[in-house]
Design a protein around this ligand. Structure first.
Ligand code: GLU
Length: 307
């Protein structure tokens, strides 16, 4: 398959969509990002990489970081993790407090904010302090992407904390139900730092390849998790990866994928390849408008989806 030609066509066809939607403005540092930008990268098993657009421009990965922390926590805690967070789609906005109250402080899944904060809390318990935890999250992403310089943008993390009342509330609510082990402020700040990690589509696509190949990176041969764990991470990406538009995304795109409010989406075609797309303007669910469409074009034109 001529992946470069497919990407070039998508790039041409997506241009008219780039100004639609709006950038995440509830995080001031992200509100300044120019709309109109687009990048897409495909990584194959043998290391071949195909890209279009600004594929070497770092952006804030935001909720895509939840895939990496979930993967680490699943590997560390195995089934015990389910005592703290479920694996059902929420059908609610990613930062909803109401469902958390109804469900006694156990978040529906690891990709809504409460679930991701509970996972970061579990990692802090495991690594014993927040600095080590952030270091280990970044180390994991560096190992997956092969880029030892990946780090987070402290400005974005500060900006989130300055407007972090809802996430702090989620954490406090979990604590009131006994589903929280560490200091709320410290844990939420660590969560904001992990969300503020910046990556390019080339790095992001590369870092998802292990999930397309049962937990083992086919290029380096490094095993990051068991095939059964990789299956579970992919399943949660498919059912919960796009907030309350996860069903719609599965319907139109048909791939396990995770989006972030920075405009990125990382996806895998199990057994074939991994890909990442970035375009900062978001649809009303908080998913990249052009990124979602580009992935739909990709699966429609290549026939590569899980269905
Ligand atoms: N850091 C963002 C928040 O917690 C992540 C949102 C997202 O990408 O879904 O609000």
């Amino acid at each position: 398959m001529d992946f470069q030609a497919i990407l070039d066509d998508i790039y041409t066809d997506i241009q008219s969509e780039l100004m639609r939607g709006k950038v995440a403005d509830y995080i001031p540092a992200l509100a300044e990002v120019d709309k109109g930008q687009f990048a897409m990268t495909i990584t194959l098993e043998d290391g071949q990489v195909f890209s279009v657009g600004e594929s070497q421009k770092p952006f804030s990965i935001q909720s895509i970081s939840k895939v990496f922390t979930f993967a680490r926590a699943l590997e560390i805690y195995s089934r015990d993790l389910y005592k703290r967070v479920g694996v059902e789609p929420s059908g609610n906005p990613f930062n909803s407090l109401v469902q958390l109250e109804y469900e006694a402080g156990i978040p529906r899944n690891p990709f809504i904010n409460a679930g991701a904060i509970a996972i970061t809390d579990a990692l802090i318990t495991h690594y014993k302090d927040e600095y080590k935890t952030l270091e280990e999250i970044i180390r994991f992403i560096r190992a997956l992407s092969g880029n030892l310089e990946i780090t987070f943008d402290p400005e974005v993390a500060r900006s989130e904390m300055a407007h972090g009342d809802r996430n702090l509330s989620l954490a406090h609510l979990m604590k009131s139900f006994g589903n929280f082990e560490n200091d709320v402020h410290t844990t939420v700040m660590t969560y904001f730092k992990q969300c503020a990690i910046t990556m390019t589509t080339e790095e992001l696509s590369r870092s998802m390849l292990f999930l397309a190949f049962g937990g083992t990176d086919p290029i380096t041969g490094t095993t990051f998790m068991t095939p059964s764990q990789a299956k579970r991470v992919n399943a949660v990406m498919l059912t919960c990866g796009h907030y309350d538009a996860s069903g719609e995304f599965a319907y139109h795109v048909g791939l396990p994928a995770k989006s972030g409010v920075g405009g990125g989406i990382a996806a895998v075609v199990p057994g074939h390849l991994s890909l990442a797309v970035w375009s900062p303007a978001l649809n009303r669910y908080g998913n990249s408008h052009a990124g979602t469409l580009a992935l739909e074009m990709f699966t429609t034109r290549t026939g590569l989806s899980i269905f």
